[in-house]
Design a protein around this ligand. Structure first.
Ligand code: GRF
Length: 183
């Protein structure tokens, strides 16, 4: 079975979706560790409930902890920090972004900032993007995108909720396809 480490900074709905997908054998892998950017975040509470160990830390300590687990894949799920390059060197890292990259990405483009920018632009579509992570923010190769409409009545919150639904749909599929391809 493949080993997955999830990195999160927030509530952890994508983490939970990946956990449930692993439980339901959507892919042949298990989440062996949650890396949390700080203690007490929703994702860390969820991990505790699921019996998944949580690591909080950064820099050399983080690199050492990740290496211990020998992961096959790292999934960023709302992780707001940069991943150390030593980790990118040893393992494939995916991220999910709540807009259609390459637009509305990059430093500072996270959470409501993304959806505010989409609404301000007048775009008629938004969506979710799963991509590989490289050493820049939101610039790695795109794996999958799914579109949602932007409605005239949308607020950043209503748009975020519509995008989040498709995030939850496509992220487990990307993990499944990744493991099928690199068996
Ligand atoms: C998601 O919108 C994801 O696209 C972005 O951060 C958010 C994380 O939400 N990278 P959650 O913590 O998974 O609920």
């Amino acid at each position: 079975m493949k080993k997955i480490i999830v990195f999160a900074s927030g509530g952890g709905s994508n983490f939970e979706v990946l956990y449930r997908a692993a439980q339901n054998k959507v892919f042949d892998g298990e989440i062996v560790l949650l890396v949390a950017s700080k203690a007490g975040i929703g994702a860390a509470e969820k991990a505790a409930r699921f019996g998944i160990p949580v690591f909080v830390g950064h820099g050399a300590e983080l690199v050492a902890e990740v290496k211990k687990y020998k992961p096959d894949l790292i999934c960023l799920a709302g992780y707001l920090k940069k991943v150390p390059s030593e980790i990118l060197d040893i393992c494939a890292v995916m991220n999910i972004h709540p807009a259609l990259l390459p637009c509305f990405g990059g430093k500072g483009m996270y959470g409501h900032h993304v959806h505010e920018a989409v609404l301000k632009s007048g775009a008629e579509k938004s969506g979710a993007t799963v991509h590989f992570v490289d050493c820049e923010y939101d610039s790695g190769r795109i794996i999958k995108q799914e579109l949602v409409p932007v409605l005239p009545s949308d607020t950043p919150e209503t748009l975020a909720a519509r995008v989040l639904k498709v995030e939850h749909k496509i992220y487990p599929l990307c993990v499944k396809e990744f493991f099928e391809r690199f068996k």
